[in-house]
Design a protein around this ligand. Structure first.
Ligand code: F6P
Length: 532
């Protein structure tokens, strides 16, 4: 049965029609226990979803939708290694990356927990030799600087985690991330480092991504030229994390310095795999392990908690309510933590690349909306940038606030101020403000939904929990929409056309007409940019 004609969908449509005139503030007035009832405390987290339009009947309707869409069966299929990425005929097993060895997850009859823990052991040994100063560069210097080269899922996760947890970094370790093919990124980085004490990590699941390979080749050429070292020195200064071991060897990386992972790990879910090596090198292996443990704890919660108190399920269902029934098109993710400045971009890829899809798993054009437009910034910076529109424009944008009980800095009064702001924002969105007729510009309509996640501390364990929470939220939504959250065909066309344009450049630079016929706009700009 089509989702949009199903009983649970129909019931929710009716509930929306019945309830959309009542305001969130009215719900609170009718139910003094609403805040306690519509919030959950779990393992150092408080999730408050009382400042949304959810009522008991809407919550029950959403859980009925999850049941109707066989969410539990789909969840068990992922955890049991079924090929839920059907277009690529692959299992989706990032959960296995943070499980203990004795979890014995299987894919295609193979115990991948053994492979995963063998790789973790290899990573730990590698980190140890570097941290103890036993690993020496081409002229005997210990490694002090990591340059991580990757893009998309092979960059955003490690970058975000290293930035978020920089207060836990090992003394004397520096890290840089280079992703953009714009040479300014690599050039700026190379200008700041000493090649003799630098380790370049080349991160690419496919080892075919143009941006990463170009940056890696240029880094290698720079290293050899600047140090004057022989080609063999590459083995001491370059390592790779990839599924495509042969391509990494061809690039010149020593086979011992290649850290693999399974094809069942999607790029945007890969920071838990060897792609997380820069995290372990920068923060220490124990902190990387704590990050994995936090994610594993959330996996267990997702797997076992009943839907009405299951954090990823509720976060996902609230998103479905907002997207499909309230028809809100965007979602703001607003971490009130300076060190989580990179989190919105990370979650943007995770969500938009997963659920921004045009067809369902069977290739049918989706007649209903799927993934929202995700954006965000760290609070309070966002308040002074785009919150004006969130508070007063005609567009309703649900907000997901994330705040931390404990301060990271010793400046407790700053932390108190930060927390006052996050609470003020969700309250302002809900209650609004009536203005005097003489000042209509000061009117706030209010009744704008938000959820707030309060986390004990920005620690490796709790960050692991938060990231797994969002991974599973996205799974829940994809499962209900009936789409494949684990492929990304929408990024391919641009790559193909960029190759085509690149192939035409020599001819155009020679002042001749390209053999490929481009649309007039593209041709015009190509001539403007490249014709002599
Ligand atoms: O942008 C498309 C994409 O395939 C992402 O999904 C992926 O994270 C990124 O490119 C990088 O891919 P790779 O790790 O293969 O270099």
């Amino acid at each position: 049965m089509d989702l949009e004609h199903s009983p649970a969908w129909g019931a929710l449509t009716k509930l929306h029609a019945q309830h959309h005139h009542s305001t969130i503030a009215e719900h609170f007035a009718l139910d003094p226990k609403r805040a306690a009832r519509l919030s959950i405390q779990h393992d150092g987290l408080l999730f408050d979803y009382s400042k949304t339009g959810l009522t008991d009947s809407i919550k029950a309707g959403l859980i009925a939708l999850a049941d109707q869409q066989a969410l539990d069966t789909q969840k068990n299929a992922m955890f049991s290694g079924a090929h839920i990425n059907n277009s690529e005929d692959r299992a989706v097993m990032h959960v296995a990356l943070r499980a203990p060895r004795d979890a014995a997850y299987h894919v295609d009859g193979r115990n991948i927990s053994d492979d995963i823990h063998d790789t973790l052991d290899h990573m730990r040994r590698f980190c140890d030799t570097i941290h103890k100063g036993e690993w020496r560069g081409h002229n005997g210097q210990p490694i002090k600087t990591i340059v991580h080269i990757g893009i998309g899922g092979s960059d955003l996760g490690p970058y975000m985690v290293c930035d978020a947890l920089k207060d836990f970094a090992l003394n004397g370790m520096n890290i840089h991330f280079v992703s953009n093919v714009d040479g300014a990124a690599l050039h700026n980085c190379l200008g700041q480092i000493n090649p003799d004490e630098t380790l370049f990590l080349i991160a690419s699941k496919s080892f075919t991504t143009e941006e990463t390979l170009k940056n890696a080749e240029s880094a290698k050429a720079w290293f050899l030229k600047t140090t004057g070292a022989a080609h063999e020195a590459i083995a001491k200064h370059f390592a790779a994390m990839t599924v495509n071991v042969d391509a990494a060897v061809t690039f010149g990386i020593d086979a011992d310095n290649i850290f693999g992972f399974g094809a069942y790990v999607g790029g945007r879910f890969s920071l838990w795999s060897s792609i997380g090596l820069p995290i372990a090198l920068y923060l220490g292996f124990d902190h990387f392990t704590a990050l994995l443990n936090g994610a594993h704890a959330m996996d267990q919660h997702f797997l076992h908690a009943p839907n009405h108190e299951n954090l990823p399920v509720l976060l996902g269902l609230i998103g479905i309510w907002h997207r499909n029934f309230c028809t809100y098109e965007s979602l703001a993710i607003l971490p009130y933590a300076q060190n989580l400045t990179a989190l919105p971009a990370y979650l943007q890829q995770m969500d938009m690349e997963s659920n921004g899809k045009t067809v369902d798993r069977n290739g049918r054009d989706l007649p209903y909306a799927t993934g929202p437009v995700i954006f965000g910034a760290s609070g309070t910076n966002g308040q002074h940038a785009f919150y004006q529109l969130i508070h007063q424009s005609q567009t309703i944008i649900p907000c997901e606030f994330i705040a931390f009980k404990t301060a990271l800095s010793p400046l407790q009064d700053h932390h108190d101020a930060l927390l006052c702001h996050v609470l003020a924002q969700s309250r302002a969105l809900m209650i609004g403000r009536k203005s005097e007729a003489t000042a209509p510009e000061k009117h706030f309509s209010g009744n704008r939904p938000s959820t707030t996640l309060i986390v004990d501390a920005l620690s490796p364990y709790h960050l692991g929990q938060i990231l797994a929470l969002y991974e599973h939220k996205i799974f829940v939504q994809g499962a209900i929409w009936g789409l494949n959250s684990y492929d990304q065909p929408g990024v391919e066309l641009g790559k193909i056309l960029a190759k085509e344009i690149s192939g035409a450049l020599p001819t155009i630079k020679n002042g001749q007409s390209a053999t490929t016929s481009f649309d007039p706009s593209t041709q015009n700009m190509l001539d403007y940019l490249f014709k002599n």
